[in-house]
Design a protein around this ligand. Sequence first.
Ligand code: SF4
Ligand code: SF4
Length: 117
Amino acid sequence: MIELLLADRCTGCDICVQVCPTNVFDAVAGSRPVIARQSDCQTCFLCELYCPADALYVAPDCDGPVRVDEAAIVASGWLGQYRRDSGWGQTRGDPDHANESWRMDEVFERARAAATE
Ligand code: SF4
Ligand code: SF4
């Protein structure tokens, strides 16, 4: 379940707001997004994959929230680990492997619409 959005790393790009299939985050005008509906998190790690700043921490327990120590998580090196281990983003900047994740936009739009019905 999503546990942390680290304010000092977050750039406010709102990518996590766009990609979360269950609409967990709320965008905040002129600021960073907030975790608005933690209990709706399905522990899919999609937001961790997409976050360009490794500013999110999703704990592997999908049954409920767990208490986490932000400083310990930072020190552990776990931020971005899921992204790194999956190979996500390894070809950033390589024109032979252009990021075509935009093709998922329609899927995300449908999921967001269903989540807000
Ligand atoms: S994707 Fe990462 S950097 Fe962008 S707003 Fe979300 S937490 Fe912040
Ligand atoms: S882990 Fe998945 S469901 Fe949970 S906040 Fe991230 S993108 Fe949303």
